[in-house]
Design a protein around this ligand. Structure first.
Ligand code: NI
Length: 387
C-alpha cells in the first residue's frame, strides 16, 4: 500500500486548506479562526465526536472504525504560527503583518484534516482514531494544556503519534529514531547587581558588564569541560542588556539564554553547574549574580515498540529505502514530548525538500509532501487497528 490513492486525489483540496491557513496565521492559544475551521471541517466530514476548547483552543475529532476495537490511537497536529515577518513572496503569503506559518503547522493541520476526511469516509479499521489539533506548540506548551484538560483519559487514548515536516529531508522520505529525538528546551535568566557610577572612576564601582562577560565565558566550560564529550548539550546566552550611556558604569545587567539537552542526567548536570558558577563569579567580583532556571519542554523520547510500528507504516507508504530509521537527534525542542510522557508513541519527520529552514522568514511548507504525510496518518490507523 503506497500513497493512498484517494488521498492523492484530495491533495489539491488539502493544499487549498493549507494555503488559507497560511494566509491567516494565529499565535499560541489565540486560534479562534484556525480552531473554528478545524472543528467545522471535522463536523462536515462526519466525525463521530468533535470537541472544542480542550487546552483552551485545542480541538479533538473522533472517528470510529467500522468494527469495534480495543485500541484507540491519537494522531496529533499543531495549529499555531510564529511572530515572524514573512518573506516568501508566495501568492498565499501571510496577510497579517509580523506573523507567519514559519514552522509548517499549517501543513500539519491540513494533512491531519485530509486524513480525517478519508478515515470518516472509509472507516476501514477496528477501534477509534482520535485526531488531536493542539494550540501553542511554539513556546506555550499547548500539548501539556490539553493533557491537563484530560485529553488522554477522556478519549481513552492508548498510543499517540506526532509528525513534523523537515527541511533538508527529501519529499517522499521519512526520518525517525527510537529514543531521544528532540532536546529538552529550557531557559534561564541571570540578574547581575553591580555598583554604578562614573565610567572614569571604575575603581569606585562594580562593573556588571565585566561580571556578565566573565559569566558568559565561564558557562562555555560546562559543555567543554563538564559534559561527557560523547554526550550532547547546548548552553547559549542569547540576550545581554546593560547600560544606557557611554560614560556611565551601569548598576545592573540582565542576561538570558537557553539550555538544550537529550538526557535527564545531562540536564541536571548543566543546571547544577550553572547554579554553582554564576553566584560564585558574581561574588568573586564583588557583585551579586542571581540565577533562575526554568525547565520548559522535556526531551522528546520515542518509545521503541511504537517507533517500530511507525517505521513499518512509513515504509508501507514510501518504501523501505525512503525511511531513515536512525535520524540524528536534533537540539530543537518540541512539546509533543509531553504527550510521549503521558502515553507510548512516536514522533516522525516528513521530508519538506530543499526549503528554507524552520522559523526562517523564507520558509514555506511544501505542498508536495501532503500525499505522504496524509497517507502516513491514514495508514497508521488502518495498519495498527486492522478491521
Ligand atoms: Ni514546529
Amino acid at each position: 500500500m503506497p500513497i493512498i490513492n484517494s488521498l492523492a486525489e484530495y491533495a489539491d483540496d488539502i493544499a487549498h486548506w493549507r494555503r488559507d491557513l497560511h494566509r491567516n496565521p494565529e499565535l499560541l492559544y489565540d486560534l479562534e479562526r484556525t480552531a473554528g475551521i478545524v472543528a467545522e471541517k471535522l463536523r462536515e466530514f462526519g466525525c463521530d465526536e468533535v470537541v472544542e476548547g480542550i487546552g483552551r483552543t485545542g480541538v479533538v475529532g473522533v472517528v470510529k472504525g467500522r468494527e469495534e476495537g480495543e485500541t484507540v490511537i491519537g494522531l496529533r497536529a499543531d495549529m499555531d504560527a510564529l511572530p515572524i515577518q514573512e518573506e516568501t513572496g508566495k501568492p498565499w503569503a501571510s496577510e497579517v503583518p509580523g506573523r507567519m506559518h514559519a514552522c509548517g503547522h499549517d501543513g500539519h493541520t491540513a494533512m491531519l484534516l485530509g486524513a480525517a476526511r478519508y478515515l470518516a469516509q472509509t472507516r476501514n479499521f477496528a477501534g477509534r482514531a482520535v485526531l488531536i489539533f493542539q494550540p501553542a506548540e511554539e513556546g506555550g506548551a499547548g500539548a501539556r494544556a490539553m493533557i491537563e484538560d484530560g485529553l488522554m483519559e477522556r478519549f481513552g487514548i492508548v498510543e499517540v503519534y506526532g509528525m513534523h515536516n523537515m527541511p533538508g529531508l527529501p519529499v517522499g522520505q521519512f526520518g525517525i529514531r527510537s529514543g531521544p529525538l528532540m532536546a529538552a528546551a529550557d531557559h534561564f535568566s541571570i540578574q547581575i547587581e553591580g555598583k554604578g557610577g562614573h565610567a572614569a572612576k571604575p575603581h569606585q564601582g562594580v562593573d556588571p558588564v565585566l561580571v556578565g562577560t566573565e559569566i558568559v565565558g565561564a558557562l562555555q566550560s560546562i559543555v567543554a569541560r563538564n559534559v561527557d564529550p560523547l554526550k550532547n548539550a547546548v548552553v547559549s546566552v542569547t540576550t545581554f542588556h546593560a547600560g544606557d550611556a557611554f560614560n556611565v558604569t551601569p548598576q545592573r545587567a540582565t542576561l538570558t539564554g537557553t539550555v538544550r539537552t537529550l538526557e535527564p542526567g545531562i540536564r541536571d548536570l548543566v543546571e547544577r553547574r550553572m547554579s554553582e558558577m554564576i553566584p560564585a563569579i558574581g561574588a568573586a567580583f564583588g557583585a551579586t549574580a542571581r540565577f533562575t532556571y526554568k525547565r520548559n519542554y522535556p526531551v522528546t523520547v520515542n518509545h521503541a515498540e511504537q517507533t517500530e510500528k511507525a517505521i513499518e507504516v512509513a515504509r508501507s507508504v514510501v518504501g523501505e529505502k525512503a525511511v531513515l530509521t536512525d535520524n540524528p537527534p536534533m537540539m530543537g525542542g518540541e512539546d509533543f514530548s509531553f504527550m510521549l510522557e503521558a502515553r507510548p508513541g512516536a514522533f516522525i519527520f516528513v521530508g519538506n525538500g530543499d526549503s528554507a529552514g524552520l522559523h526562517h522568514p523564507a520558509y514555506d511548507f511544501n505542498d508536495s509532501a501532503i500525499p505522504y504525510g496524509a497517507s502516513y496518518w491514514a495508514s497508521l490507523v488502518e495498519r495498527l487497528m486492522p478491521a
